[in-house]
Design a protein around this ligand. Structure first.
Ligand code: PLP
Length: 435
């Protein structure tokens, strides 16, 4: 990253050689990230954080749905509406109840915004006061989303399903590929229902080409340890963050699948597919048109370079690191269980990230434990880092059906690249002292 602060500090948007050097570095990083996801480099949009990427995914789709411009794609003489009657339909989004706040709060905000009097225009056009409907998918006691409920909730108005790949508090891994299959089946069902009704459905669903519902996954915690190939997962949008893979803070990315015109059924006069492609989101930050127009603002070149390098390092090591940490996780859990038979693991034992241990110590205050462990030199957290600030019981543990007592008596221990067996032995001894 260093040379891009000091020597190669040109603006990647500039035409001269100095800017182009920086531009080449950005392109290289974009390509590395695209390769690791199995996508085209132009499907990567750099953002200032994962939070921003999640915002762009959710708000960008809704903006697209609401914007008539997106309703017209294809060449001039070939313009074809993508969205029918969208202004008369209340879009529905489905998010899991254990998402990171950057998804949950954005969903909540969207459901509020459309009710905002400032949107009286929309309200009068739509004749509706309710706005975006948000459905929070429940999870099992182990923290896995309820697929039956997902199937029940999918309907003609559903434009987006957002389920994180792995949870930041309890480490549970969600069945994203399965969710994608469910959504694909539903899109097909809509197609069939539309045919059977003689095309009637097209007038009430928010698209004519059955590309909705789209699937977004927040893969911020997963990327270190799991295969994030977007075709294998079957996702349309995917969020990443450099800081969670030992890269710099303040840089994230959103993968946004291009919808080929073939898929949208856009054809020219000779009835052959037009090979322009169209994105499915609209920008939140407008200006100079950087990041293919999806996120204006001069690029954070050192951050992007650092992100690319971090991805390269993770891609080369994730299988070995996965095995190493899994062993340490099993070792630590076995020792803790032996020493404190009453301690219980939160989340799924097998279906979880190898670096995460979330433990419940009955009748112990998590805050007390954390302070004592902190004094012993260990940095552990209650619930999520964000709830550490507000000290409210974790929404994830609550969604898993646990009591306030369990939520406030649980702590989260995270292993990482520097963690060794010796450190784990020391941590176990520290637990023995503080409990
Ligand atoms: N999504 C998940 C799953 C996270 O764990 C985090 C951060 O902890 C974020 C999103 C937000 O990342 P950032 O703070 O980089 O925006």
């Amino acid at each position: 990253m260093k040379p891009y602060w000091t020597k190669v500090f040109g603006n990647p948007g500039a035409l001269h050689w100095f800017g182009q050097e920086a531009s080449a570095a950005v392109f290289k990083a974009r390509n590395v990230i695209a390769k690791s996801l199995g996508c085209h480099y132009s499907e990567i949009i750099f953002t200032g954080s994962a939070t921003e990427a999640n915002n762009l995914a959710l708000r960008g789709i809704l903006k697209g749905i609401r914007n008539k411009e997106l309703g017209m794609i294809g060449g001039k003489e070939n313009r074809k509406p993508l969205i029918h009657n969208s202004l008369f339909t209340i879009p529905k989004i489905i998010v899991s109840s254990i998402e990171h706040e950057s998804v949950l709060e954005t969903a909540r905000d969207l459901s509020r915004r459309w009710r905002d009097p400032a949107f009286h225009n929309f309200e009068s056009v739509a004749g509706e006061k309710e706005g975006v409907e948000v459905v929070y998918l429940p999870v099992s006691k182990k923290g896995i989303v309820d697929l039956k409920k997902l199937k029940e909730e999918l309907d003609e108005r559903t434009v987006l399903v957002s389920v994180m790949y792995a949870n930041n508090e309890v480490g549970t891994i969600q069945p994203i590929a399965k969710i994608s299959e469910i959504i694909k089946d539903f899109r097909n069902e809509l197609r069939i229902r539309n045919k059977e009704s003689g095309g009637n459905l097209k007038s009430i669903i928010p698209n004519s080409s059955f590309i909705y519902p789209l699937l977004h996954t927040d893969a911020v915690q997963a990327f270190n340890y799991l295969d994030c190939n977007v075709d294998m997962l079957g996702v349309d949008l995917l969020t990443l963050s450099a800081q969670k893979i030992y890269g710099p803070k303040g840089i994230g990315a959103l993968y946004a699948r291009r919808r080929m015109n073939k898929e949208l059924g856009i054809r020219d006069k000779e009835n052959s597919v037009i090979h322009n492609s169209s994105f499915i989101i609209l920008p939140q930050i407008t200006g100079g048109g950087q990041e293919y127009g999806f996120r204006s603002g001069t690029e954070n070149v050192p951050g992007i370079v650092g992100f690319g390098k971090a991805v390269e390092l993770v891609s080369n090591s994730y299988e070995l690191e996965n095995k190493r940490l899994r062993k340490l996780q099993e070792y630590f859990l076995a020792r803790i269980k032996k020493m404190f038979p009453k301690a219980q693991l939160n989340g799924d034992e097998k279906n979880r990230l190898p670096n995460n241990i979330n433990l419940y110590f009955p009748q112990q205050s998590a805050q007390d434990l954390i302070i004592k462990l902190d004094l012993a030199g260990f940095a552990v957290s209650p619930g999520s880092a964000c709830s550490a600030r507000t000290c409210t019981p974790s929404h994830v543990l609550k969604a898993m059906g646990f009591s306030d007592e369990r939520a406030t008596s649980s702590i989260r221990i995270t292993f990482g690249r520097p963690t060794t067996k010796e450190e784990i032995d020391k941590l176990t001894k520290a637990f023995a002292r503080v409990l």
